[in-house]
Design a protein around this ligand. Structure first.
Ligand code: SF4
Length: 399
């Protein structure tokens, strides 16, 4: 039984929505089952599901941090947009055919990083396509050059997909590749490339890279080497509720084993430049909020759930903070993958703007570093949100 009491009304709401047994488990801190998670997804009572996730978020945060929402001052770098793979949901794939492939030199990477360094960023999130011209030595050179020139910047880089590709390219084990990258300056790993672990969805989407067990194996090895990492799930590519729940359960199982995941990030597919829209269902705002809420409730061993504003858009990301998310990602100076597929969110939100978005949602903005050390608790206090949650939710769902 938790020392944190349920906010007034949740128990009654849960009875009305038939979720009382799940609410009791959440309150008791018991692990939810696959069936529980499927019922939460199937429930029409989004308010109750969100309230349960908000409760779980506060308890996971710990005493004194219940209203903390984290962000980081960072930028994204994509050193190459050429990829040998052709995942059908990815408009970033094989742009060579469209005449706009690029591969940056180490100096170009440093020049781009310099723009962020001038703004005082403390993290670079670096991922790119699978490009035979970008071998292990190329990335070691980038990491070493970054460490020499910008030692204050943490390099969070290389999805499990890129690690698998580099291992195959070089004829090395995943561990050997990771060790060399760590030696050169790798600080942690992002969570991209998980997509949906279900094999049938992957086959329909022509995903040939990194099956779920390999993704988990690589993250497990990274955790064993002392690296923290994140995990993702991509929706809107023809997945079912069961596929999403099973995906999260595989992540939960790996986290039980290796413990190095920091944050789970639900992502949605953007369709511009792809040919899959007619055969998949685009997630609604309600679906996206459920992904946040159910992940908070099911992934009881993940400390953080992210509302990735560059994908969700600002308003939905703000609401997601009341559905279990406690991180809004970063100020993000440069991002190409999502914008290649049509995301219309602004490319850069200043720190002040990020803090305002969090405080006007009723939460305390906290600037963090990559591994969630607190850099500063913002002076802006959480503001009282006078609009009832039911009205805020209706406004978002009506769009
Ligand atoms: S999703 Fe990743 S691996 Fe697949 S085509 Fe796009 S960049 Fe390449």
């Amino acid at each position: 039984m938790s020392s944190l009491s349920f906010p007034a009304g949740i128990s009654e709401l849960a009875v009305d929505s038939g979720l009382q047994d799940i609410a009791e488990k959440v309150y008791a801190g018991q692990r939810l089952t696959r069936e529980d998670a499927i019922r939460l997804y199937q429930s029409d009572d989004l308010l109750t599901v969100g309230a349960l996730a908000e409760y779980a978020r506060r308890r996971t945060a710990g005493a004194g941090k219940e209203r903390y929402v984290y962000y980081i001052h960072n930028m994204h770098l994509n050193p190459t947009n050429f990829c040998v793979e052709t995942c059908r949901f990815c408009s970033y794939a094989n742009p060579a055919e469209r005449g706009r492939a690029y591969t940056w030199s180490v100096d170009q990477v440093l020049a781009e990083a310099g723009k962020g360094a001038a703004l005082g960023i403390n993290e670079i999130h670096m991922v790119g396509g699978l490009n035979p011209a970008c071998d292990l030595a190329y990335y070691e050179d980038i990491l070493r050059a970054m460490r020499a020139k910008y030692p204050q910047i943490h390099m969070k880089a290389f999805t499990a997909v890129e690690i698998e590709y580099l291992a195959n390219l070089e004829g090395l084990s995943y561990e050997a590749v990771l060790k060399r990258l760590v030696e050169a300056g790798l600080g942690s790993m992002p969570g991209g490339g998980a997509e949906i672990f279900d094999d049938q969805v992957r086959e329909r989407m022509a995903v040939k890279k990194t099956p779920g067990p390999v993704y988990l194996e690589i993250h497990g090895i990274a955790h064993g080497l002392g690296l923290k990492s994140n995990a993702t799930m991509l929706t809107g590519i023809g997945e079912s509720i069961e596929n999403k729940v099973d995906h999260m359960l595989m992540l939960r199982g790996q986290q039980d084993l290796s413990g190095g995941f920091q944050c789970f990030i639900p992502l949605k597919c953007y369709y511009e430049g792809t040919d899959i829209e007619a055969e998949v269902k685009e997630p609604t705002a309600a679906d996206l909020l459920k992904d946040v809420a159910v992940s908070r409730l099911l992934l009881d061993n993940f400390p953080h759930i992210k509302a990735y504003w560059i994908q969700l858009g600002v308003e939905l990301a703000q609401l997601a903070l009341s559905f279990g998310a406690d991180d809004m990602d970063g100020t993000i100076g440069e991002e190409k993958i999502t914008h290649a597929a049509g995301a219309k969110t602004p490319l850069q939100l200043a720190k002040e703007r990020m803090e305002e978005l969090i405080s006007t949602s009723g939460y305390q903005a906290v600037e963090r570093d990559t591994i969630y050390n607190i850099k500063a608790v913002a002076c802006t206090e959480p503001r009282l949100v006078e609009t009832p949650m039911s009205e805020r939710l209706s406004a978002i769902l009506a769009v």
